[in-house]
Write a protein that binds this ligand. Structure first.
Ligand SMILES: [Fe+2]
Ligand SMILES: [Fe+2]
Length: 263
């Protein structure tokens, strides 16, 4: 089973750019084409938040049109740039999204189980999970009966070392780690939000964040680093379940000139 992950599309209304700088709509369309062409074709596409940039109806309308070209089925999560209520209203056919409140959901796609935890805080940019969300996560993991599980959350609950990202991490990570650490069948924690591929051993499992399909956050580890984004190559992650384990690949989106092959 091949599960693709894309993140942080920051789709804008038709004809508008992201941060008045890059055409995130065109870049998302390129990601869709990349996934459609990948051989073997992914069985499922996970989209881990910041689907649009300002939570606008016109952005979600454009997202619908762009997503219509994606051939594999997809699952949508909210990020801090989304309006989760507008998202649910604009995608009523995505019935796994609760119509009100946090957009937690669980999907069984044997052999895998997908558990999506909504870490968004309305009108704020950091992440947080309340007591009800933690209880939902615990109950959902407990009922999995050992099925290999992917836990999705938009905000990584880790310190990345990039100072202006860490202000907006998922707060109180120890509460989440205590729950997830009890379930050895959690194969991955899959995040977005940080617009970079970052990996850490966390809560007894492997946490990995997905690059953006638009801009990448500058890799600046100095404590006084100012926020900055670059146009590094966009990418997706491919989580391949085979022989009882998941291997995660990074697949860059776009054309990168040769010469190739080198042999
Ligand atoms: Fe983002
Ligand atoms: Fe985000």
């Amino acid at each position: 089973m091949l599960v693709a992950q894309i993140s942080d599309l920051h789709v804008r209304p038709v004809g508008q750019s992201y941060k008045n700088a890059v055409d995130s709509n065109r870049m998302f369309a390129a990601a869709v084409e990349h996934l459609n062409r990948f051989d073997p074709r992914p069985d499922l596409v996970l989209i881990t938040g910041d689907l649009v940039d300002e939570g606008l109806d016109a952005e979600y309308a454009n997202l619908r049109d762009l997503l219509a070209k994606l051939e594999p089925p997809c699952l949508l999560m909210a990020g801090n740039h989304d309006d989760r209520e507008v998202l649910a209203r604009c995608f009523p056919d995505h019935a796994y999204l609760p119509s009100r409140g946090p957009k937690h959901f669980v999907i069984d796609r044997p052999p895998l189980r997908i558990v999506a935890l909504d870490t968004t805080v309305p009108d704020d940019h950091h992440g947080e999970v309340d007591e009800a969300g933690l209880a939902w996560l615990e109950a959902t993991l407990r009922e999995a009966n050992g099925a290999p599980t992917l836990v999705l959350m938009h905000h990584p609950p880790i310190v990345t070392g990039i100072p202006y990202l860490d202000k907006y991490m998922c707060r109180q990570p120890e509460r989440l780690a205590a729950v997830i650490g009890r379930y050895a069948n959690v194969e991955r924690v899959l995040c977005g939000h940080v617009h970079r591929p970052i990996l850490q051993r966390w809560a007894g499992t492997v946490l990995v964040s997905c690059p953006s399909t638009a801009t990448q956050i500058a890799l600046n580890l100095r404590p006084d680093a100012a926020p900055a984004s670059f146009c590094e190559p966009p990418a997706c992650l491919l989580h391949w379940w085979r022989d009882g384990a998941i291997v995660t690949h990074t697949s860059y989106i776009g054309r990168f000139e040769g010469p190739f092959p080198f042999a």
